[in-house]
Design a protein. Sequence first.
Length: 302
Amino acid sequence: MEDYEALESMKVDVHGAGGQFAVTQLNFPVTKSIPDYGYRVVVGSCNGLVCVEVDREAIVLWNPCTRDFKVLPKPPRVINSEFSYVFNGIGYDSASDDYKVIRGFSDYLAKKIMIHIFSLKTGSWRTVEDIDYVTLVMRRGFFLNRALHWLCNLPEGGSRILSFDLEAEKFQKTIPLPYDDWFFDLLIHENCLCVLACPTGTNTFNIWMMKEYGVQESWTEVLQFSLEKYASHYDDCRCYFTPLCILENGVVFIDEIGGGQHLMVLSNLKEKEFKHVVEVAKNLEFRTVIYRETLVSPDVHT
């Protein structure tokens, strides 16, 4: 978890039925090249390595379990304006045994997307491709099947999943969604892409899973639950719930954002109950990222 200044960790047992969750303050490294002030934005994780951007001045690969870290060289500069935004991701290229960090810039005026990619093996950045403009719904990429994925809206209408192949270092064809509607979040479960939908005119969340990668016909609705209890407090339930992970016993772990508060919510689908397990202080910017504890070192290739 992250509130843009403090970093915290909460362990979740994917085999458990849910219960008390202990939150631990993480000691993020501070050196001459890592400012001890400003925003700390977690932009992704892969195999226990967490990628953190610090006050837009430094990008750090960090293993919270071992406390090892590596400060990356500054990426190439681009013209940044109010009409552009940054999106990121980290993944593992098994073909070259290399961890790669993606830093993309989406320019609304130029209608282009520029991609910079950092190779942990070579220790350097390079620009790999410009692509036609799409509107990304989310800025943090999800790693699966040797590629990073972002949910996006197409200029001609409709939503797709944009994927970047880390081995070929190029964008693949966009992945179609289950049907034409507004999908607003993406996650990985059981090594499958999943998307979250809140069908128009309902207070219901549906989670769809693509059981065969890249095949539209393999989308299957795996979870459905009502948000009537919460929707009565908000004008639009879609603005306040973000899935974090799906537990093996059918419990959905959700980040609820609303009313100036940030709550971690445990949803028991069988009993159709919601339980707040962690409350974060009001009026804080807050993000979450899922990572598994490993002994992988960010200096593994040096």
